[in-house]
Ligand binder design. Structure first.
Ligand SMILES: Nc1ncnc2c1ncn2[C@@H]1O[C@H](COP(=O)(O)OP(=O)(O)OP(=O)(O)O)[C@@H](O)[C@H]1O
Ligand SMILES: [Mg+2]
Length: 310
């Protein structure tokens, strides 16, 4: 199994300087948006590629970081192939994707077709049969942590001048915490299913977001019912939770509600962009509306930079 230092082994992570290094590296980035969720499989990556593509089709320059380092899905959803050459000499070179998108993903880094990255060497040390981990090794240095790996990516990737950087997080609010500690985010989109358990977790996410100063721009409710052929009605997929109540009490808008759309699942599996292939569908319209909210954040950020406070 690879360890992160195999990918980038200069061993120079300085936790105190991470925020400053990242800030300097992202100087050419207009706005930075994160997609987060308490639970997995709620559609963050699907939304990341479709929002990115919708804005790129309108002329925005967009980069995406797939911050799900061990289960990256962005490149597959964009129909990209593993790279054969890796421009790692001066930092990490983003890969070119359709619509001029720039993508940094662990599966585009050296050895990207190899097994997953481990952030803790002790888990790589198997017993004689190669099955079970041996006794835990002493604490590992910071650069082998998820946070260390993410900080390397954000402080060394050469995004250049882009209007928007979308960071697609792995599920779990600890990931949002790690990210917010190193990057000044301009907005966080929280994804949720409409189920009662997800609503409880999203309420918790609001509290955590507020506590760590992450600007929650809105909630996206995904798989909000299934529009089955011939039913003439949208059928619920889960016993409904109180996501409206969560949005109301936290004064955060629900930016969009996406029904379960089999063609959306199919297009992400095939690496085809739904917002382009099915542009005239109601689902593409909701995705475009969500992209417009993100675009408004980019525009506001650009205005703020153009007219600095006196
Ligand atoms: N509204 C939808 N209708 C149909 N399929 C969807 C919808 N939203 C997402 N999917 C599909 O559900 C699966 C999970 O979505 P996705 O990978 O984007 O979730 P995720 O939140 O990024 O998951 P993870 O937490 O593992 O990163 C994918 O196959 C995706 O294409
Ligand atoms: Mg994902």
């Amino acid at each position: 199994m690879r360890i992160f230092s195999d990918i980038d082994n200069d061993g120079s992570v300085d936790p105190a300087g991470v925020r400053e290094l990242t800030r300097a590296n992202l100087a050419g980035v207009g706005a930075t948006i994160a997609l987060a969720s308490a639970r997995g499989g709620v559609g963050k990556s699907m939304l990341a590629v479709n929002v990115a593509a919708a804005l790129a089709m309108k002329g925005r320059k967009v980069a995406i970081v797939d911050a799900d380092l061990n289960s990256p899905s962005i490149t597959a959803m964009l129909g990209m192939k593993p790279r054969r050459r890796y421009p790692m000499i001066e930092g990490i070179g983003p890969a070119a994707a359709p619509h001029g998108l720039r993508v940094v993903s662990s599966d585009q880094l050296p050895g990207g077709e190899a097994p997953p990255i481990s952030f803790a060497q002790d888990y790589d040390q198997a017993d004689g049969n190669g099955a079970e981990p041996i006794a835990p090794a002493p604490a590992r240095p910071a650069e082998l942590s998820y946070r260390g790996a993410l900080s390397r990516i954000l402080s060394q990737s050469q995004f250049g001048a882009v209007d928007l950087l979308i960071i697609d997080l792995a599920s779990g609010l600890d990931r949002l915490y790690a990210l917010a500690s190193m990057v000044a985010l301009d907005g966080v989109l929280l994804l949720s299913h409409p189920s009662s358990h997800d609503a409880v977790d999203t309420r918790q996410a609001m509290k955590i977001g507020r506590a760590i100063g992450a600007p929650i721009a809105g909630i996206v409710e995904n798989m909000a019912g299934f529009n089955c052929d011939g039913c003439r009605a949208v059928r619920p997929l889960w016993p409904e939770g109180d996501l409206n109540g969560v949005a109301r009490e936290s004064a955060v808008p629900i930016l969009g509600r996406l029904a379960f759309e089999p063609r959306l699942a199919d297009s992400t599996d095939r690496g085809v962009l739904f917002v382009r292939e099915y542009a005239s569908t109601p689902t593409a319209k909701v995705l475009a509306d969500i992209a417009s909210h993100v675009d408004a954040i980019v525009a506001a950020r650009t205005r703020a930079v153009d007219t600095p406070a006196t």
